[in-house]
Design a binder for this molecule. Structure first.
Ligand code: BG6
Length: 498
């Protein structure tokens, strides 16, 4: 098989849904445009609605028109898409799908390679996986079969374990691709390169030189059309259990002995295992939660969470969380990793700030309390890149210092575009590279940690709402750092320069 232009049929369960429309169709289109997949592919959309191929193709085209600026050869592209109305609980539908796939495999010469992409209600993940195996869809073709699973992977550790057992009864671990789209982001992938390809950082990357690390993923959007899913999930399950802890693992892991999937995973798992488990009465010292009330964003009044949909009127679901993760190992003992994420915040930004320890004595600033520690900022969104804050002499007379910054901005592969996370991850899956997907062990230890927070929170009635839409979260999130002698570095605008 040509590794760069893999052949496969992608079967998307949940093809009429939001994710397919916003992310998957545009990503497949871009893979085609970038020559990463050739003519030997087809996409079969699975959904309950009685759509025709024509309607499905119109939707695919619409999604590309809505999300991308280029739309060349759209018709030729969408002709590779087929719709298959489906009831996931009806075994006959699996059998007919199998015959349909065999037919398409002949037509598109895809070597029998199949990707089953589950992008739908998680309660069906286990039974779909089982039916795919039981009714021959997994094993009847000549090529490979892979199963891509969207989050949420369970609701807590016991349900994730049950789901994993169900899926593992049907598919081998090597065939399972648990997707976390943050792992496909250019600058998240850059964390390892920044750390392991630069002598100057790796020597300082420990508790002797780093005082704390801050990871923020703030969003301006509210729950949009996803109230039903989000209210069950909340910020902790939606963002922290997966994306935020994955970034912690990449920042904290030891250098792998090789850049190979299993070596990298095993280092990440060690970090997740070393996260300090909090006792129930300690959770409040480490984590705070919030829910947005009404506020203003860009001068416009916006609703509070409880006004977003009638079912949310009395909700106690958190739309914000901030916390301190301690990694109890030799390298990180004593260094807090602060994480913070929420909906309806002041700006959309994903940023990592590595704060280095201060010099022992401040010779250059008049005010001994003025702190200008060196910072390494990894900008994941927007303006992908890195910035290093140093102190240099203030120009002119005198010998005062002032913070300066050295910046690198990523210009993408062609000077404009960076491949979308989903584009990269879909391609990785097609070429069988599971490095940027999460192994069960990572999921397991993340849930173990998250459960220890959620179990306590589920017993306590929060005082919500406690932050205004358009702010950076509740004041308790600031207090969390202040009691350790730190503060959040700005992420939505570059105030550090002032
Ligand atoms: C998803 C969450 O996993 O990540 C969403 O379900 C969230 O609620 C999204 O909006 C954020 O991703 P990104 O790439 O926009 O930072």
């Amino acid at each position: 098989m040509n590794q760069l232009k893999p052949k496969a049929i992608i079967i998307i369960f949940g093809a009429t849904g939001d994710l397919a429309k916003r992310k998957l169709f545009p990503s497949i289109y871009r893979l085609c445009q970038h020559g990463k997949i050739c003519d030997n592919f087809a996409v079969v959309g699975i959904g309950r609605r009685p759509w025709s191929n024509e309607l499905f193709r119109e939707n695919v085209e619409q999604s590309i028109n809505d999300t991308l600026s280029s739309n060349e050869d759209l018709e030729a592209f969408s002709s590779h898409f087929y719709y298959h109305p489906f009831d996931v609980t009806d075994v006959e539908h699996y059998k007919s799908l199998n015959s349909f796939l065999t037919e398409l495999e002949g037509h598109y010469d895809t070597d029998g390679n199949r990707i089953f992409y589950l992008a739908m209600a998680p309660e069906f993940f286990g039974s779909i996986a089982n039916n795919l195996a039981q009714y021959g869809l997994k094993d009847s073709s000549a090529g490979w079969t892979r199963l891509v699973i969207e989050k949420p992977f369970g609701h807590n550790l016991p349900s994730a374990e049950a789901l994993n057992n169900e899926i593992r009864a049907a598919f081998d671990e090597e065939q399972i691709y648990r997707i976390d789209h943050y792992l496909g982001k250019e600058m998240v992938q850059n964390i390892e390169v920044i750390r392991f390809a630069n002598g100057i950082f790796e020597h300082l990357w420990n508790n002797r030189f780093i005082s704390n690390i801050q990871i923020t993923s703030s969003e301006v959007l509210g729950v949009e059309e996803r109230a039903h899913y989000y209210d069950i999930s909340g910020a902790t399950r939606d963002m922290a259990q997966n994306h935020m802890l994955q970034m912690v693992a990449l920042l904290a892991m030891e250098p792998p002995i090789k850049l190979e999937t299993k070596e990298i995973r095993s280092e990440k798992v060690k970090v997740l295992r070393a996260m300090r488990q909090m006792k129930p009465d300690e959770v409040g010292d480490y984590f705070v939660r919030g829910q947005y009330g009404p506020g203003k964003i860009d001068g416009e009044a916006v609703n509070g969470y409880r006004q977003e949909a009638s079912e949310l009127e009395e909700s106690h679901t958190e739309t914000f969380l901030a916390g301190k993760v301690m990694i109890d190992n030799y390298r990180w003992a004593g260094v807090p990793f602060y994480i913070r994420t929420g909906k309806r915040m002041a700006g959309k930004a994903t940023k990592i700030v590595v704060e280095f320890k201060d010099i022992p004595m401040n010779l250059y600033y008049k005010d001994q309390n003025e702190k200008n520690p060196n910072l390494l900022v990894i900008n994941i969104y927007p303006n992908e890149g890195i910035t290093l804050y140093l102190n240099a002499k203030k120009a002119g007379m005198g010998s005062q210092a002032e913070p300066i910054k050295l910046s690198y901005t990523n210009n993408g592969v062609d000077g404009i575009n960076t491949p979308e996370a989903y584009e990269k991850l879909l391609h990785d899956c097609m070429i069988g590279d599971a490095t940027n997907f999460t192994h069960w062990d990572e999921v397991k230890y993340s849930w173990r940690f998250i459960d220890s927070i959620l179990n306590v929170w589920s017993e306590q009635q929060p005082n919500f709402p406690n932050y205004a839409a358009g702010s950076m979260g509740p004041k308790e999130a600031d207090a969390l750092l202040e009691k350790d002698g730190f503060h959040w570095w700005p992420v939505t605008e570059d105030k550090h320069e002032n």
